[in-house]
Write a protein of this length. Structure first.
Length: 404
């Protein structure tokens, strides 16, 4: 770092070279060595490409879920926690899948489809199949962004089903990679600072699909059923197993408060939080580590049928120790959520009532009155906290390095 601070205005230096290169420093000049021999000096004509870039402060978050499972809604909640609105790149492809705000850039991993709609049809593979995706490019580009370099990322056009010319993605403070496979490739997984899986049970997925694809997109009930069935084997083989790697899973199930309910309107939502993740301390209800069941309905929380049930406790998930917070039911009055919020700890809020304020602000988003909205908001706050801890630690390390 000391070297870079002297030769660059920004604190890090990136070098690309066709051979293994070693960086040396002597009398305020930077030299490159190959197997110990000095071969060139910065400023001299050289085949090495040297560029200064901002120190790698890009935090990378992975958000995995099947299509139509609430990724966009979650992203809107996350961006709002950082205080901004996300928009597609200005002046770019109107069908871009990217969303940029002051703090976050969200890229959709559909952009790494290597086969377009026709290509998949010809080869008889779905978009969930690894053979339809370019994981090498995904890895190289996410790594480059994390290291502070801009990349030309391809665009998969959902309107035409074709691969469009690429768009420039500059390194943001927080990069979110959302889509089908953020935790599939071990190399990409290794780049993630935090990972989330939205686990929507088949019953609920079906209810949401019907609501959206029938009401908004004019699909028939039969075609929705057929598309879910057709995706199932690949979903189970390639998408679902990723939840074993996630730091937080939001699991959405039918309610247990109404026996045999299959409407998918009242939901039982579980926030599964891995223990021992750096910069992430799981949220708890009443008393950390104990097992709690709580019906908050009564004087301070209005509940109509079938009521609300919270539970919390330690558990094991894919051989990992986790804490699980569960909410079954829905709120009648969102402003009364403050009562529930005041019984939760480790929320990483900046002021009393921030969770309630966030949900009230976006009361019109799907799921604001149930555990999906509540837990998405909480995970958003935890990501902000994680980011702030990383930044604070890097700043402290820089101060220490400058002292040395
Ligand atoms: N928490 C929720 N409660 C009820 N319905 C929801 C919830 N989240 C999402 N939905 C339903 O699912 C639909 C898809 O949500 P969203 O667009 O956020 O998902 P997505 O994963 O980004 O979808 P896609 O990948 O297909 O773009 C919404 O239009 C809504 O009908
Ligand atoms: O699973 C998906 C992720 O969103 C899509 O089905 C996939 O990207 C293919 O898109 P399209 O159906 O528009 O060709």
């Amino acid at each position: 770092m000391a070297i870079c601070a002297m030769i660059c205005t920004t604190p890090s230096l990136s070098i690309s070279s066709p051979t293994q290169t070693y960086l040396g420093f002597h009398q305020r000049r930077v030299f490159f060595y190959t197997t110990g021999r000095r071969i060139s000096r910065v400023g001299e004509k050289t085949s090495f490409k040297v560029s200064c870039s901002a120190e790698s402060n890009t935090l990378v978050i992975g958000l995995a879920a099947d299509s139509g499972c609430g990724k966009s809604t979650f992203m809107r909640r996350l961006t709002s926690v950082f205080g901004g609105a996300a928009e597609p790149p200005r002046g770019g492809n109107p069908d871009s899948n990217t969303l940029i705000s002051d703090t976050t850039t969200v890229i959709c991993l559909d952009d790494y489809h290597s086969l377009d709609r026709n290509g998949r049809k010809e080869k008889g593979v779905t978009a969930l199949d690894p053979r339809a995706n370019n994981f090498d490019l995904m890895y190289e580009q996410v790594k480059a962004i994390k290291e502070g370099q801009a990349v030309e990322k391809p665009i998969y056009n959902h309107v035409t089903g074709l691969l469009d010319p690429p768009e420039l993605i500059k390194p943001p403070k927080i990069l979110v990679i959302e889509g089908l496979h953020p935790m599939f490739d071990p190399r990409v997984r290794e780049l993630l600072d935090f990972s989330i899986y939205l686990d929507i049970s088949n019953e609920v997925k079906f209810a949401w699909k019907i609501q959206r694809d029938m009401a908004e997109r004019g699909h028939s009930l039969e075609s929705i059923k057929a598309s879910i069935e057709a995706r199932k084997p690949d979903f189970e083989a390639y998408i679902d197993p990723q939840k074993g790697y996630a730091d937080a899973v939001i699991e959405v199930l039918p309610t247990q408060l109404i026996p045999g309910d299959n409407e998918g309107k009242i939901l039982r939502v579980r926030l599964i939080m891995k223990e021992g993740v750096k910069y992430f301390s799981p949220v708890y209800l009443f008393d950390e580590g104990s097992t709690i069941s709580w019906i908050p309905c009564g004087r301070k929380l209005t509940c109509s049928y079938p009521g609300i049930n919270f539970s919390y406790g330690p558990n094991t998930y894919y051989s990992n120790e986790v804490s699980v917070l569960e909410m079954d039911g829905q709120f009648d009055r969102l402003d009364e959520l403050i009562y529930v919020e005041s019984h939760l700890s480790n929320l990483s809020t900046k002021f009393y009532g921030e969770v309630t304020q966030q949900l009230l602000k976006h009361a019109d988003f799907p799921g604001s009155n149930n555990g999906t909205g509540l837990f998405q908001t909480i995970v958003g706050l935890k990501i902000r906290d994680l980011y702030e801890q990383v930044i604070a630690e890097k700043a402290a390390a820089r101060v220490e390095a400058a002292k040395a």
